[in-house]
Write a protein that binds this ligand. Structure first.
Ligand code: ATP
Length: 402
């Protein structure tokens, strides 16, 4: 339908980028990126009108995002249609600006497009050997200045290599090495590096990406104190296992894997180093301070747990209830003892959802007044309940009366 709409407006429409790559590789991908040969913003508005969506245009870059009812998002970019007068036999030639658009992309595997206009609907366009590189399992740049143009592609290269179990092309590796040695990674805003780093930490297996970044000396080129040694690697592996365990609970709570990995990465560093790396990555001071505060809460929590002489559920609950879920999961990943692991997992799967069998209202009925006494009594009932001393409403009311 969108192809018909484009056709009626005199535009050419193409599906491009990751979704095409993933279609060819038979991997699910729901991110729709379109390129319009014509005017992406005018087309986005027409598309939104036709399907009842909302447009957020970006006039400067001639891009737009269309949000369709039901939450689907479509990204549109413009490749201008240009006509050149050519001397000789051809009076007017339509320059394929799609090709120029695709040539600006990072790796060959990301340069395919699928035509959507009705007369050529479904045609796979592959100017730069993407299908060959997918067959050969290679990540290759399109030209030798690629990493000079945009050094953040170095991180992207590693991300795709490890995600798809591909290999970097020989020349691509040597271009990465030169760019790293020349210090190009410090030529772009740190925020861009952080963005790509965060993408890596959101991958299914960031450990393999980090190994590769370490091997290619990318981390130290970003900041001399950024390391991925054996100890941090082990923390990463534990974080990954903990996240895996948590995902299988299907609680659908939002946790940010990258944040847990950042806690792991910065754990051995002193606060000054963390702030210096954060600055190099263009993080806001408040965000870096939040990371440090989380780190402190995790340390405190582990210290308090370790100091418990006997592990009563109510005592463990009292320590864990103030921690954010992400902090708790990180602490869980860090605990070596099976007993502590058990405490964390029981807290996450059961204790934190525990509701005492009586409410404040029940206590008011038997003569409690709304003062600290009521709150204290409810807390005690909760603790006794967690410890298995109070099991039901009658038991709780008896406890309250005495
Ligand atoms: P993912 O599956 O991780 O979303 P993707 O290929 O869709 O992978 P995006 O980061 O969403 O990756 O980028 C969309 C497209 O934009 C890519 O396929 C790539 O062609 C292009 N792109 C993104 N970043 C760059 C870059 N730094 N340089 C060149 N092209 C880029």
């Amino acid at each position: 339908k969108s192809g018909e709409l484009a056709e009626s407006m005199g535009f050419n429409l193409f599906l491009v980028g990751g979704i095409v790559r993933d279609m060819v590789m038979r991997i699910e991908n729901l991110d729709v990126d379109l390129v319009v040969e014509g005017d992406g913003i005018i087309f986005a508005k027409a598309l939104a009108e036709a399907f009842g969506g909302k447009v957020s245009p970006h006039e400067k870059y001639k891009t737009a995002v269309v949000r369709l009812p039901g939450g689907r998002r479509i990204d549109l970019a413009t490749a201008r249609l240009e006509y050149y007068r050519m001397p000789g036999a051809f009076p007017e030639v339509e320059e394929s600006t799609l090709k120029l658009d695709l040539y600006r992309r990072d790796f060959t595997i990301n340069t395919m497009a699928v035509a959507l206009n009705p007369h050529r609907f479904g045609e796979l366009i592959d100017f730069f050997g993407a299908q060959r590189d997918i067959r050969e399992k290679k990540i290759r740049v399109l030209h030798s200045l690629s990493f000079v143009e945009d050094p953040s592609r170095i991180l992207r290269a590693v991300r795709f290599e490890k995600r798809f179990n591909f290999c970097l092309g020989k020349q691509t590796v040597s271009l990465i090495s030169s760019a790293v040695q020349a210090g190009f990674l410090r030529n772009i805003p740190g925020r861009r590096i952080f963005h790509e780093m965060r993408q890596i930490l959101q991958e299914e297996n960031p450990v393999r990406c980090m190994d590769r970044l370490h091997e290619l000396k990318v981390l130290e080129a970003i900041h001399p104190d950024l390391v991925f040694d054996e100890r941090i690697r082990e923390s990463f592996v534990s974080v990954r296992e903990t996240l895996f365990w948590f995902r299988l609970l299907y609680t659908h709570e939002k946790v940010r894997p990258w944040f847990l990995y950042c806690l792991a990465l910065t754990e051995p560093m002193n606060p000054e180093t963390v702030m210096s790396i954060a600055e190099a990555l263009g993080l806001r001071r408040e965000d870096a301070e939040m990371l440090l505060a989380s780190r402190e809460r995790v340390r405190e929590l582990m210290k308090r747990l370790a100091s418990l002489s006997e592990i009563l559920p109510s005592k463990a609950f009292g320590i864990l209830e103030d921690a954010a879920l992400e902090e708790m999961l990180y602490a869980m990943s860090r605990s070596r003892s099976a007993t502590f692991k058990k405490i964390f997992s029981t807290y996450v799967t059961s204790w934190r959802n525990y509701r005492p069998p009586v409410s404040g209202k029940d206590l008011l009925v038997i003569g409690f007044s709304q003062n600290p006494e009521l709150g204290r009594c409810l807390r005690e009932i909760r603790d006794q309940g967690l410890n298995g001393e109070i099991r039901d409403f009658a038991g709780a009311m008896d406890y309250a009366r005495t």
